[in-house]
Design a protein around this ligand. Structure first.
Ligand code: ADP
Length: 162
C-alpha cells in the first residue's frame, strides 16, 4: 500500500496501538500516526505529551512519522495528499461506530479509503480508557503499555497525581 494515516486520540498510546502501527508499517510505504488535538475532547495527556510518547516509541521504525491535527480528519488527510486511513478493529462494539465514520468520511471525500486492521488477540480487550481506569486504581498496567507511558501514568494518576 502507499502512504496511510493512522489517526486517533492516543491518550495514551497502548501496546494495542503499537501492534497496529508495526503491522501497518510492514504493508505501507509510509505510516503517518496522526494524533487528534481536539480541545472539546478532554484528554488526560497534553498533545505535546502524546506526541512525545508516540515519537519515542516509533523512533526505530523508519517509515513511521508522527503528527498532530486539529481539523476534520478527511480535510487533514486530503491536505497531506494521502488516500488511505487506517483504523483498528477490536470487537463488534467498535464496528458500528467505525462503519458510520468510514461511510461519512467517504461521503465527505470520495477518493479517501478507510482500511481496517483487526487487532491481535492479545490486545483485543485493550483501550486507552481501560488503561487509565486501571491505573487510577493502582492496578498493574506494565504488560499493556510501554515503560515510558506506564511511568507517566503513575506520575499523573497512579500515585497521587491529578
Ligand atoms: P479514537 O478516539 O479515534 O478512537 P483511539 O486512540 O482510542 O482514538 O484509537 C485509535 C485507533 O486505534 C482506533 O481505530 C482504534 O479502534 C484503534 N485501537 C485502539 N486500541 C486498539 C487495540 N487494542 N487493538 C487494535 N486497534 C486498537
Amino acid at each position: 500500500m502507499p502512504q496511510a494515516i493512522y489517526p486517533g486520540s492516543f491518550d495514551p498510546i497502548t501496546n494495542g496501538h503499537m501492534d497496529i502501527i508495526r503491522r501497518a508499517s510492514t504493508i505501507c510505504d509510509e505510516v503517518i500516526v496522526a494524533i487528534s488535538n481536539n480541545p472539546s475532547k478532554k484528554a488526560l495527556f497534553t498533545i505535546e505529551e502524546r506526541l512525545a510518547f508516540v515519537k519515542e516509541l516509533t523512533k526505530d521504525i523508519p517509515n513511521v512519522t508522527v503528527e498532530s491535527f486539529n481539523t476534520l480528519l478527511v480535510e487533514y488527510v486530503a491536505s497531506r495528499n494521502v488516500k488511505v486511513i487506517i483504523r483498528g478493529l477490536r470487537a463488534l462494539t467498535d464496528f458500528e461506530m467505525e462503519f458510520q465514520m468510514a461511510l461519512i468520511n467517504k461521503k465527505l471525500k470520495k477518493d479517501i479509503e478507510t482500511v481496517f486492521m483487526v487487532t491481535c488477540t492479545d490486545y483485543s480487550y485493550l483501550s486507552s480508557s481501560i488503561i487509565k481506569e486501571i491505573a487510577s486504581f493502582g492496578g498493574d498496567i506494565s504488560a499493556l503499555v510501554s515503560p515510558i507511558v506506564n511511568e507517566a501514568l503513575m506520575k499523573k494518576i497512579g500515585s497521587g497525581g491529578e
